[in-house]
Design a protein around this ligand. Structure first.
Ligand code: SAM
Length: 344
């Protein structure tokens, strides 16, 4: 494996993988896969018309998507999706679209990290909004990546949700993204209400639109705002934060004081974070490599990934007891905190 030729073929393979995801990204964000899924058998011209894109670009994209196996050509210039193409379509069940969006987002973060390393500047959250085509897909990417794990494994293990449901209580989601988590809770638990807070207007617009589409606007509200300036006055039964606590960890004392001051006496907090390992060796595990890369991107945004133990320790400073449950081979941690007795 150390011979130069072996390394060259390894890197070639990796480069082809990245190119393939780049081609898919263009098809995802410009609706090309979706059009072809709705109406198979399109020429580049009719695909350009159906997607409102430029015919010249679409023709070149069809060549590339054909070359990488996303499209089949019936021999007369009519393109349809292959199984691979269908898997990339954002509307497909179990879509693999997050792979394409994540890959191009990583390339963006790479370029930013490479430049900013020269000065040490850390521009913060706004880096996510720098590429017009990526920002609208950030929420759907996270939703498609994590909602199956949430519904399949996390939701059945966290009893706090049912407790809030029985009381017809309020769940506040800080850093709610496109609101998928609150919407999922609202679908499963018909009595709870939710308020989501996020700093990106794009996320709030998406969350509000989808909530209306599902007829849940009486139970779910989404607000644009800064977690650090917590704007909600109503007492809270359950705070949730998914992949958001590490974004505000530099001001953890302030955020934890909001939990302390706004939670009802029998209230709880459910935090979900990627679990940064205590031992660097664990990052070599192929399943954890993406986490190591994420650490770089988070640094650009002014953040640092957290180990579940430091989160639990911070809860003890406001008198809450915690239980940590690990998922996805230990890569994901859910920390449940409440006062009085240890969470059951
Ligand atoms: C990794 S995303 C997770 C989004 C969502 N919770 C999910 O699981 O899909 C982190 C979110 O936190 C939001 N965020 C980070 N810092 C924030 C702040 N200070 N105020 C409001 N939102 C913030 C970002 O806009 C982003 O949507």
């Amino acid at each position: 494996m150390n011979e130069p030729e072996d390394l060259k073929s390894l890197f070639k393979k990796q480069a082809q993988g990245a190119l393939s995801l780049n081609v898919a990204f263009i098809g995802v964000v410009n609706g090309l896969f979706t059009c072809l899924r709705q109406k198979p058998g399109l020429t580049p011209e009719t695909l350009a018309q159906a997607s409102s894109m430029d015919p010249g670009y679409v023709a070149r994209w069809c060549d590339a998507a054909y070359a990488f196996g996303y499209l089949e050509d019936d021999g007369s210039g009519l393109f349809s999706l292959t199984r691979m193409g269908d898997a990339m379509c954002p509307d497909s069940p179990e879509t693999l679209m997050p792979m394409a969006v994540g890959s191009v987002l990583s390339a963006h973060m790479t370029e930013r990290a490479a430049e900013l390393m020269r000065t040490g500047e850390r521009p913060g959250e706004k880096v996510l909004g720098e590429r017009k085509t990526i920002l609208p897909w950030f929420g759907p990417m996270l939703e498609a990546n994590f909602s199956p794990l949430f519904e399949g494994q996390i939701l059945p293990r966290v009893r706090e949700f049912e407790r809030v449901n029985q009381k017809g209580g309020l769940v506040v989601d800080l850093g709610c993204g496109n609101g998928w988590y609150l919407k999922t809770l609202a679908r499963h638990y018909p009595n709870l209400r939710g308020i989501g807070l996020d700093g990106f207007r794009e996320n709030i617009d998406q969350a509000t639109l989808h909530t209306k589409k599902e007829g849940m606007e009486n139970r779910l509200t989404f607000l644009e705002g800064n977690i650090r300036e917590y704007p909600i006055q109503e007492p809270v039964d359950l705070f949730v934060m998914n992949r958001a606590l590490h974004h505000v960890w530099s001001e953890k004392k302030t955020v934890f004081s909001f939990f302390r001051d706004h939670l009802k006496p029998d209230g709880a907090v459910v935090i979900w974070e990627p679990a940064w390992p205590l031992d660097r060796k664990e990052l070599r595990d192929p399943a954890r490599r993406p986490l190591a890369f994420q650490g770089l991107g988070e640094h650009v945004q002014g953040n640092r990934l957290l180990n579940p133990e430091e989160i639990a320790a911070e809860f003890s400073t406001i008198g809450l007891l915690t239980e940590t449950i690990r998922f996805a081979n230990g890569n994901e941690a859910v920390i449940i905190a409440r006062s009085g007795s240890k969470p059951a």
